[in-house]
Design a protein around this ligand. Structure first.
Ligand SMILES: NC(=O)c1ccc[n+]([C@@H]2O[C@H](COP(=O)([O-])OP(=O)(O)OC[C@H]3O[C@@H](n4cnc5c(N)ncnc54)[C@H](OP(=O)(O)O)[C@@H]3O)[C@@H](O)[C@H]2O)c1
Length: 302
């Protein structure tokens, strides 16, 4: 297959690109700042700016402004929304113009569900109703305009990603190193967030990558939770992080401190989402990492 991948320069996209190339597939990265031969340029907010060459057979759409590590000002919230809703519209237009794409995998997020306490959340669960839940619904809706389109052989797969764990990028990197040179967990100053009872829907980067290849290869459609079946409460995640770093994790982080630092963006750390990857399991994907202690020990091994 020849895959065009928006966000191919990001955390998830770079791992998927590598995995596809390792097995012999062709990959063209779609980026706002093209670099090198196998790259296409686009302006996500400019419909018509993306032209997919005829040789492309599959599309993975991951691009969007980062949701963590930034304070959500009103302007930044607009960027989070527009980069996804307009970006998806631009990708859909390019697919329609191409007219002969086999399958599409389009990013989404567990933010779809909002803050849901101990409720078990399969893909059937209704959406939440906060800023992120509303953005994610609009984002998915744009991708679903491909449903029944003659331009694509199958309806798209929607990737409701959990929090992807990698030590150098994304949420885990942010926890380990929230500011320049500050490493609270390495110094034994880290701890659970609030009362630690909130469910944290994590997924190891290898499983996130494996799930995307599964959706692509099996040409599966509709929403798919990617979080590990071993979803844990924040207090267990924190304990596993201390175990992997061989450090104590006894000092709780008050929610208020995170709210003051990150504003509404801190909800990513204290919303509770007990996400179950029911459809991935039913379609034959087996997560390699179901135990958070194994996952973090693997990721943080020296
Ligand atoms: N990582 C997670 O834990 C997680 C969890 C749930 C959902 N997701 C979703 O999955 C997707 C990929 O995640 P990721 O962690 O790989 O993201 P990432 O590392 O932040 O990379 C996303 C890519 O999007 C492009 N991008 C950045 N800002 C943009 C903007 N303002 N407008 C348009 N494009 C922009 C960049 O590509 P160029 O600079 O090359 O254009 C970047 O490489 C995202 O949509 C994210 O929301 C991720």
């Amino acid at each position: 297959m020849h895959v065009a991948i928006t966000g191919g320069t990001g955390l998830i996209g770079s791992h998927v690109t590598q995995a596809l190339r390792d097995r012999g597939d062709e990959v063209t990265i779609v980026s706002r700042s093209p670099d090198g031969e196998d790259t296409l340029t686009w302006d996500p907010k400019e419909p018509g700016s993306l032209i997919l060459p005829p040789s492309i057979t599959h599309v993975i759409h991951l691009a969007g402004a980062p949701m963590i590590g930034q304070r959500w000002t009103d302007d930044y919230k607009q960027e989070i929304r527009e980069s996804r809703v307009k970006g998806t519209r631009t990708v859909v237009e390019a697919i329609n113009q191409h007219g002969n794409i086999q399958h599409v995998v389009s990013a989404s997020a567990v933010g779809y569900y909002g803050d849901r306490g101990d409720e078990a959340l399969t893909e059937e669960a209704p959406p939440g109703d906060d800023f992120l839940a509303n953005v994610v619904q609009d984002w998915e809706r744009e991708a679903c305009t491909l449903e029944g389109s003659d331009a694509v052989a199958n309806d798209p797969a929607l990737l409701r990603s959990g929090v992807v764990l990698h030590p150098d990028d994304g949420a885990l990197a942010q926890m380990l190193n929230p500011f320049l040179f500050v490493k609270p967990f390495h110094w034994g100053l880290g701890g659970r967030v609030g009362d630690g009872q909130q469910f944290f829907p994590w997924v190891h980067i290898d499983d996130q990558t494996g799930a995307i290849l599964h959706l692509l290869d099996e040409e599966l459609s509709g929403p798919f939770n990617t979080a590990s079946p071993g979803v844990v409460r924040n207090e267990t995640f924190t304990d596993a992080l201390g175990d992997a770093l061989n450090r104590p994790t006894k000092i709780p982080v008050p929610k208020l401190a995170l709210k003051l630092l990150y504003g509404e963006a801190a909800t990513v750390m204290f919303d509770s989402q007990r996400v179950i990857p029911e459809r991935l399991k039913k379609t034959g994907y087996q997560h390699r990492y179901e135990d958070i202690y194994d996952a973090l020990n693997d990721l943080l091994a020296d």
